[in-house]
Design a protein around this ligand. Structure first.
Ligand SMILES: [Zn+2]
Length: 407
């Protein structure tokens, strides 16, 4: 396989998580009687441009036909994050009635609705029908398409170049990052700004966040690599912010290479920090597997120990992080009998691979587990707050990454 950005041969493995079913392939009771498809889950690192990327495999198309859709508006913390961003960005770039804001992967309109409320024209791009429909109900125009070079050029040709293009948690999920970046360049007005948010590779390495690896997450990005990819298509990174979201994200600001804006000192400082943390040294990537193995073993030991001493354990959050950890560790319902999730679309189904049943969180009070493992460690505080009653009944909360923590 060659690097998806620079096409250099990929010779080094960052992490090998074995085989796993697609993380959003939730199963019905009937499905449990059928064979299940597993795909390799391996991440490589390119030593030319340092793009960390999932390995290609044949029949990748079969991964993405699951009809499950995630609605961004289900997370209160994320809604607040989006609102704060809109307030800040619209005054920083003096956006008004004559501006155009485009959001790629606009989901259910969780963010663009704030621009609608301010009377700033916007356009959402979202291929998933159910979420696109929800956004339209909020008064947001939505193009039901995948974004890339072709769509970027179409938007430009129809006079729809944007003053601001937003991409939140989409850049790491596109299979062809070069094509997507070409699209950003084409759809951006001269003098316009692009902001992209994605989990920061530096934090993934620092906090051993191997459970953020899943098939649909194609790229694990540093500022260094994003800067290179931007430059290849004629864009420039001129500012960057470190954010606490998703265990440590970056918000990168881009503009056309010919834009007269100077770059902020934050760009050079963060590039230096990444270099110091070894993001351009092969040894950094070589030690990651060992850290993941340790976390996996500790998690298994914890579950076995509770099982032997007759304690009950449940889990919260039937999403990608949980599936990656459970499948890597080979955990089955004997050690972890249930997972709760607030999404009604998942309740009554089973986790892919592990076949652990997914329940409504209201069942937690009835079950009163001795321990509740919170898989989405990035929102552990929010989950604990929502389950205060459980805590008063004696349940302890557990997170497994970067190490077993019980509170
Ligand atoms: Zn490369």
């Amino acid at each position: 396989m060659r690097c998806r950005h620079c096409f250099a041969p990929l010779e080094h493995t960052f992490i090998d998580l074995g085989f796993a079913p697609p993380s959003n392939a939730y199963l019905t009771f009937k499905d449990l009687a059928n064979p299940e498809k597993y795909f390799p889950l391996k991440v490589k690192v390119c030593t030319q441009c340092w793009l960390v990327q999932t390995e290609d495999f044949t029949k990748a198309d079969e991964l993405f036909n699951a009809d499950y859709a995630y609605f961004s508006s289900t997370s209160i913390g994320w809604l607040t994050h989006a609102k704060d961003y809109v307030n800040k960005i619209s005054s920083r770039f003096e956006l008004g009635k004559g501006s155009l804001v485009i959001e790629v992967a606009s989901n259910d309109g969780y963010l663009l609705k704030n621009f609608v409320a301010m009377g700033i024209p916007c356009l959402g791009i979202e291929p998933t029908e159910s979420t696109a429909l929800a956004a339209e109900k909020l008064g947001i125009p939505v193009l039901r398409k995948f974004f890339g070079k072709h769509l970027g050029q179409q938007l430009a040709a129809s006079g729809k170049q944007a003053d601001l293009i937003i991409g939140n948690n989409v850049y790491a999920h596109v299979p062809d990052i070069n094509d997507f970046t070409h699209g950003l360049k084409a759809a951006l007005k001269l003098g316009g700004t692009i902001t992209l948010e994605f989990p920061h590779l530096m934090r993934l390495v620092e906090y051993s966040q191997f459970d953020t690896v899943y098939h649909e997450h194609f790229s694990y990005l540093s500022l260094y690599t994003v800067k290179i990819i931007f430059e290849t298509v004629g864009l420039r990174v001129w500012d960057v912010e470190e954010l606490p979201t998703h265990g440590g994200s970056l918000r990168v600001y881009g503009c056309h290479v010919e834009d007269l804006r100077g770059s902020t000192s934050a760009v050079g400082e963060l590039l230096e920090k990444e270099l110091q943390r070894g993001l351009q040294a092969l040894s950094t990537y070589g030690s990651f597997q060992c850290k993941a193995n340790c976390i996996k073993n500790d998690f298994l030991s914890f579950l076995i120990e509770q099982n032997r001493s007759g304690k009950t354990v449940g889990a919260y959050g039937a999403a990608a992080k949980g599936n990656t950890l459970l499948n890597f560790a080979g955990v089955k319902p004997d050690l972890l009998p249930f997972v709760c999730d607030a999404a009604a679309s998942k309740q009554g189904k089973f986790m892919p691979g592990s076949h652990i049943p997914i329940l409504d969180p209201s069942d937690l009070i009835k079950r009163r587990p001795d321990y509740l493992v919170i898989f989405p460690w990035n929102i552990a505080a929010e989950v604990k707050l929502q389950n205060k009653d459980l805590e008063s009944l004696g349940t302890k909360f557990v997170t497994a990454v970067p190490r077993i923590a019980i509170s």
